[in-house]
Write a protein that binds this ligand. Structure first.
Ligand SMILES: [Fe+2]
Length: 131
């Protein structure tokens, strides 16, 4: 049973799929069930930091990955960041590439709480909720 906004990965080909609207069936790729990605939320003990950090400047918001900037090299980088409104009515995704800053910026943001999540090509999915 899928749920809206879940992310699934095919462990054979690497496809990643997001559930836009849940239909309830199983997602299959390369002939195998896709694996539900579980987000990490605590990287205090890790060398590289992945948990998104929220920085507000009046009505502007920067979501950074992470508390120390994550590497952005070809072999290891943040592939995308998503910001999801509390009611799940709005989702914004920023794709990133090596050599870019691992961050996502908003001007005049009017959302309440935001769930930020990001995907590292090596270390997978991580998330944090704004205050
Ligand atoms: Fe990483």
């Amino acid at each position: 049973m899928t749920e809206k906004l879940e992310l699934y990965k095919c462990e054979i080909c690497g496809n990643i799929a997001e559930v836009v609207i849940s239909g309830g069936g199983e997602l299959v790729c390369c002939g195998e069930p896709m694996k539900l990605l579980k987000a990490g939320t605590n990287d205090e003990a890790a060398t590289e930091k992945h948990v998104p950090v929220f920085e507000y400047n009046e009505n502007d918001l920067t979501i950074r990955v992470g508390s120390e900037p994550h590497p952005m090299i070809q072999s290891h980088y943040i592939m995308f960041i998503e910001a999801i409104s509390d009611n799940q009515n709005r989702l914004t995704r920023q794709y990133l590439h090596p050599d870019e800053n691992p961050q996502m910026q908003f001007k005049n943001i009017d959302e309440g709480k935001i769930l930020a999540r990001e995907f590292c090509n090596i270390h997978g999915l991580w998330e944090a909720q704004s205050d």
